[in-house]
Write a protein that binds this ligand. Structure first.
Ligand SMILES: NC(=O)c1ccc[n+]([C@@H]2O[C@H](COP(=O)([O-])OP(=O)(O)OC[C@H]3O[C@@H](n4cnc5c(N)ncnc54)[C@H](OP(=O)(O)O)[C@@H]3O)[C@@H](O)[C@H]2O)c1
Length: 233
C-alpha cells in the first residue's frame, strides 16, 4: 500500500529551524498547513510560505490553553511537535538553576503534554479502520538512556527522555486514531544544532516526513532515527 499524502498539517514550533522547514516542504507539496510561533517574526515567516500562522507559546499556560479552540473544526492528518530548547550547556553533573530547568522542561515536555491533548479532537478520523492521523514528536537521541555515553547537556537529555515517555502514552491513548512516533532528527544545521552539524535541515525534514508517512500502526509508539532506523529508548 502506498504512503498517504499529507493534506492538512499542523507544525508546532515553526518559527525557524526544522519547524519552518516542515512548513516549507508540506506547502511545496500543496498541503494546507497551520504553523505555530510565539513571536511576530516567526508568524510572518509562516504566513510568507502560504501557511496559516497561529500564535502559541507552549510554555505559557494561558497561550497553550487557547490552542484547542483555535484548531476546533480542523482534521489534521499530520502533526509535528517541534518546539524545543537546549538549555544550559553543561558537561557534567552541574545542577541547573530552577529557571533553566523550568525553561527546558516546560518547552520540551510540558508543552507536548499540553499540545497533544489539545489537538486530539482536531485529528482526521480513521479511514477504513486505520488511523487517519500521524503525529511526530521531535525528541533526540540525547534522550536515549539505552544509548547514553555522555553527560553533555543533562537537563536537555532528561527532557527528551521525558518527552519520549509522553509520546509513548500518546500512542497508547490514540491507538486506532493516530500513529505516533518520537524522532531523532539527526544532528542538524539549525540555530540549535550549529553550523558544524552533520546534516542540512531540508534533508532531515524530508526524511522524517517520508518515514512518518510510511510507518504502519504496528510501529506506533516507536523511537526512530530520521532515516527510520529504530532507536533504543
Ligand atoms: N538541530 C539538531 O541537531 C537537533 C537534534 C536533536 C533534536 N532536535 C530537536 O528538534 C527540534 C527543533 O530543533 P531546531 O534545531 O529546529 O531548533 P531551533 O532552530 O533552535 O528552533 C527551535 C524552535 O522551537 C521553538 N520554541 C522554543 N520554545 C518554544 C515555546 N515555548 N513555545 C513555542 N515554540 C518554542 C522556537 O521558537 P522561537 O523562534 O520563538 O524561539 C523555534 O521555532 C527541537 O525539539 C530540538 O530539541 C534538534
Amino acid at each position: 500500500m502506498s504512503s498517504p499524502i499529507a493534506r492538512n498539517v499542523l507544525i508546532v514550533g515553526a518559527s525557524r529551524g526544522l519547524g519552518l522547514e516542515f512548513v516549507r516542504q508540506y506547502r511545496a507539496d500543496g498541503a494546507r498547513v497551520t504553523g505555530t510561533a510565539r513571536g511576530d517574526d516567526g508568524l510572518a515567516a509562516i504566513a510568507a510560505l502560504g501557511a496559516k500562522p497561529l500564535k502559541l507559546d507552549v510554555a505559557d499556560a494561558a497561550s497553550a490553553a487557547g490552542l484547542a479552540w483555535q484548531v476546533d473544526g480542523e482534521a489534521f492528518d499530520t502533526v509535528f511537535y517541534v518546539a524545543g530548547v537546549y538549555g544550559p550547556r553543561t558537561s557534567g553533573l552541574e545542577p541547573p538553576s530552577v529557571d533553566d530547568f523550568d525553561a527546558v522542561m516546560h518547552a520540551n515536555v510540558l508543552g507536548a503534554m499540553r499540545v497533544l491533548p489539545s489537538v486530539m479532537d482536531a485529528l482526521a478520523p480513521p479511514v477504513a479502520g486505520r488511523p487517519g492521523a500521524r503525529i511526530g514528536v521531535l525528541s533526540s537521541r540525547m534522550g536515549s538512556i539505552g544509548m547514553r555515553a555522555s553527560t553533555l547537556g543533562w537537563t536537555y537529555r532528561a527532557s527528551k527522555a521525558a518527552v519520549n515517555s509522553v509520546l509513548k502514552d500518546a500512542s497508547i491513548a490514540l491507538a486506532g486514531r493516530a500513529i505516533c512516533v518520537a524522532f531523532h532528527p539527526g544532528w542538524v544545521r539549525t540555530d540549535m544544532g550549529g553550523a558544524g552539524a552533520d546534516i542540512a535541515a531540508p534533508d532531515s525534514v524530508a526524511s522524517m516526513r517520508r518515514v512518518l508517512a510510511g510507518v504502519d500502526a504496528a510501529r506506533s509508539g516507536s523511537f526512530l532515527n530520521y532515516d527510520g532506523a529504530e532507536l533504543a529508548w
